[in-house]
Design a protein around this ligand. Sequence first.
Ligand SMILES: Cc1ncc(COP(=O)(O)O)c(C=O)c1O
Length: 411
Amino acid sequence: MPKYGFNTKAIHAGNTSFQPDSMSTPIYQSVAYPYLDAKEAAAIFTGEKPGYTYGRWDNPTVEVFEKRMAALENTEAAIAAASGMSAIFLLTHHLVAAGDNVVSSNRVYGGTFGLFNVGLPKMGASVNWVTNPESIDAWAAAITPRTKFLFVETPSNPSLFIADIPALAALAKSKKIPLVVDNTITTPALQQPILLGADIVVHSTTKYICGNATALGGIVCGPQELINGIRQNGIRYLGPAMAPFNAWLNLNGLETLALRMDRHCHNAMVVATFLEKHPKVNFVNYPGLESNPYHHLIKPQMKGCSSLMSFELKGAYEQATRFIDSLAIITHATHLGTAKSIVTHPASTTHSAMGEVEMRKAGISPSLIRFSIGIEDENDLINDLSQAFDAIDKEVKVKDDLSANTFPQAY
Ligand SMILES: Cc1ncc(COP(=O)(O)O)c(C=O)c1O
């Protein structure tokens, strides 16, 4: 639907004429699709006749979601998966064989880090991490003759690194390998990597696309040949198909995506500005702030910075946990990208298994808080944060020098 705008496509693209029609895409809660006769079954299997075969490979509801995502990400096709991680795994499994290599930014979601670090060696393949992904020369130096793709997550979770997509795309083209962009945090409402030169886009649709923490999902958007290959030789044998109900929930999310992203961006800017000025905050990582080192990359490639940020409290572990426990509206959970504002304390939850030394290397201090700003009323968010800042002093006896930012004994 090239002639239509983003919001029209987010509501209409990929619609198939179901009979009888319905205002919302029907949920085909079925794993198989009875054939008229044996001749029709054979023709569907050879591809001579369009039709559906088995729920692990195709489903009419999931197909609408795939077509809509392809339209929004400007690709020929897309294949949905059970989760973001299974989408990234399906793509990796399809493109990489024993002896091959992947070059990736090291600022990626922990699951992706594990897949490349542990999963690739299990496949007899390897990863070359780019530890200073701001440098295009560092990317170029990491590429080997067996490198099958470049992988970048931008903005990255949780460090908020922003890549220069056109520069990376030019490098990938010069080496004749695809550039894969994880576009989970911005979504196509704010950033369209294919228009910036990337070749393949992946998502955890679990986050902003679904938008209310109700359904896991993932998707790979790319050229038809690639998507056909993953369908024929990946999802068919490996099995992580998206459930029809989850496709329906994700389709509902897409209808309001751009509206929600605008509000996420607005609220995030208000909150980041408030936090940056707050006397109890050391620093805020949010690319929308002018003080952010990646700020100059925003305008050329993004319509907005989305709503993921992190900030460090002046204090230590106890101050951070007390702050989180004092929040009233803002939810404490391991998630991001939903209507509800969510805080996560990496040192006590998502990253605690790393231990203090590795956490420090990854820039995770005991008082670092990850924050996904929702779409509530901005004043209520500021008031909630203010009372939680006040509660730190009231309830916590500060034993140590605050500037030490120490981990508790358990670490
Ligand atoms: C940027 C990014 N990519 C991929 C994933 C994995 O997605 P899922 O949880 O849907 O498997 C996540 C999850 O947090 C993420 O933040």
